[in-house]
Design a protein around this ligand. Structure first.
Ligand code: CP
Length: 321
């Protein structure tokens, strides 16, 4: 059968994945780490085209997806500032854009400012939609690379203690990561956030329903000493309508060299990046600062996802069987 006729799948929601699916992605990602330019493995997506539609700024997600596609022999149609420089600026709907671009590309990577936008795109698309972040909603490929990083750094995903810090109300990475972590027994999550950006109830309820122990505390030092992973996030200025609330939130929780003295020797600091001032730059030289290794892992995980979605025609639903 022509591959265009096959049922294609999407990566839009972290809840779509189960442990078996994550294991398959990780097995592929490990192989991706070893691919060398010019090898047959580096041509596995030869002839495929990926389109990126980014309505919000990005460095890591867009460039790692584009690098991933290039490193597997595919090509890229790239639109950054899509709200300004695509026909969205003339009033075109997301649905119409997707139905047009699917005629030019074999998969579409979308970052959009509205929560639920990736699901809307997937509802009309005949090619795989990969959600690169939908407003304050979900960032499933980031969650997968975060899990991959924890596995690589700590050596396991079960029985780990994770402290999540910063803008937990608007942080789509922490929302998606919570959903993924809930698949593993013995995970404990502690939230540390300024009052105006505490973790939302939908994620807390999700964790409770899945038997994940979670708590909220206000003292970062209390958490730092007993976690395996300290996951810091930026206060997302662009999501605030009220600058007084933003100013109340920013600068409250900072990871610096003093805090690193409390962190356990085996523990790691992660951050989806970009950072502003919530991790001081003198922490970067500490071997427990894993955030640039985390960003690098995004390349391997996205290479794996592209191969699974395009060459192997697999999506989360296939992997569940
Ligand atoms: N982590 C992340 O989504 O980074 P970018 O905004 O640079 O893509």
């Amino acid at each position: 059968m022509d591959w265009h006729m096959q049922k294609l799948k999407h990566v839009v929601d972290s809840g779509d994945f189960n442990r078996a699916a994550v294991d398959v992605v990780f097995q592929e990602a490990l192989k991706m780490e070893k691919i060398r330019p010019g090898s047959p493995e580096s041509r596995v997506l030869d002839g495929y085209i990926m389109s990126t539609l980014f309505y919000e700024p990005s460095t890591r997600t867009r460039l790692s997806f584009e690098s991933a596609m290039s490193r597997l022999g595919g090509t890229v149609l790239s639109t950054e500032s899509a709200g300004e420089y695509s026909s969205a600026a003339k009033g075109e709907t997301l649905e119409d854009t997707v139905r047009t671009v699917e005629g030019y590309a074999d998969c579409i990577v979308i970052r959009h400012f509205q929560e639920g936008s990736a699901k809307r795109a997937a509802a009309v698309a005949s090619v795989p939609i990969l959600n690169a972040g939908d407003g304050p909603g979900q960032h499933p490929t980031q969650a997968l690379l975060d899990l991959y990083t924890i596995q690589r750094e700590i050596g396991r995903l079960e029985n780990i203690k994770v402290g999540m810090v910063g803008d937990l109300a608007n942080g789509r990475t922490v929302r998606s990561l919570c959903m993924c972590l809930s698949m593993y027994p013995g995970v404990e999550v502690t939230f540390v956030a300024p009052d105006v950006v505490r973790m939302r109830d939908d994620v807390k309820d999700y964790l409770t329903q899945r038997g994940v122990k979670w708590t909220e505390v206000s003292d970062l030092r209390e958490v730092a000493g007993h976690v395996d992973v300290l996951y810091q996030t930026r206060i997302q200025r662009e999501r605030f309508t009220d600058m007084d609330s933003y100013n109340a939130a920013r600068g409250k929780y900072i990871i610096d060299k003093e805090l690193m003295k409390i962190l356990q020797p085996h523990a790691v600091v992660m951050h989806p990046l970009p950072r502003v001032d919530e991790i001081t730059t003198d922490v970067d030289a500490d071997p427990r600062a894993a955030y640039f290794r985390q960003a690098r892992n995004g390349l391997y995980v996205r290479m794996a996802l592209l191969k699974l979605c395009l060459a192997d025609k697999m999506g989360p639903d296939d992997l569940k069987k």
